[in-house]
Design a protein around this ligand. Structure first.
Ligand code: NI
Length: 249
């Protein structure tokens, strides 16, 4: 079994969500975790999860949507807190690449969402871009299980996260030909790795240039197997165990 631990399967990107989820199943990807990124997509993921049995969801406001209504997020989370398909707070974090000018607001929102994760005992899916130090400092203040989504940092950063027991989201980027992420990923223990696509973005080799989708977790698993020189079955088993544990699915 394989699990896609991070995707954005929304109507905005896919005309036929059912077909996407079926292709995932056909490729051994039994469960798909979908991260909301704003209030609108929070509502959509909840609705979609009712229609599709392999569709699990995270609720949160992405740093690019920092002006969305936090109080409404609190209301949505409160209403859905006991739903077993609601598996994490995400996608949340800091992005100083696209939106440096909202830094203060981003930090405030990030901390408020981390407090929600503590309150409701949910893991967090963290987006961190050009904000490594602030991300590390802020996360260290909260007692939460952390998934660093789409990890693309240095070996030093990976070591800090591993030491803290965080999970590290591994996806299409490290399969790119000129990626120097390979050497970093190669040395991350399998116990800390979660496989993710971040669909519809960042399709792995050999699908580059096309929209990404959860079925391609298979390609990411195979690539990880080749660079780590670990049997594919072990990669599948261990990463699925990690995902099952963190999300309780
Ligand atoms: Ni994402």
């Amino acid at each position: 079994m394989l699990i896609d631990t991070h995707s954005h399967i929304f109507k905005e990107y896919y005309d036929d969500i059912e077909a996407v989820l079926n292709r995932a199943k056909e490729n051994g990807v039994e469960k798909v975790v979908v991260a909301a990124d704003n209030i609108k997509s929070c509502y959509e993921v909840i609705e979609n999860s009712k229609k599709y049995n392999n569709y699990y969801y995270c609720l949160g406001i992405h740093p690019e949507d920092v002006d969305d209504d936090f109080n409404e997020l609190v209301k949505i989370i409160e209403e859905n807190k006991d739903n077993p398909k609601f598996v994490a707070i995400g996608e949340i974090g800091l992005d100083y690449y696209w939106t440096k000018d909202t830094k203060e607001k981003q930090i405030e929102l990030f901390e408020k969402q981390l407090q929600l994760a503590e309150k409701y005992n949910k893991p967090v899916i963290v987006h961190s871009r050009e904000a490594t130090l602030d991300t590390q400092t802020i996360l260290s203040k909260y007692n939460v299980v952390v998934d660093i989504h789409c990890f693309s940092g240095s070996k030093e950063t990976a070591d800090i996260y591993i030491k803290r027991g965080y999970y590290i989201g591994v996806g299409g980027v490290f399969t790119f030909k000129n990626s120097n992420l390979k050497d970093v990923i190669k040395n991350i223990p399998l116990d800390n790795i979660l496989l993710e696509t971040d669909s519809p973005y960042l399709a792995p080799v050999p699908h580059r240039g096309n929209p990404n989708e959860p079925a391609y977790i298979k390609d990411i698993a195979e690539y990880l197997s080749s660079i780590k020189n670990i049997d594919i079955e072990e990669i599948k088993e261990k990463t699925s165990q990690n995902a099952t544990k963190i999300f309780n699915i």
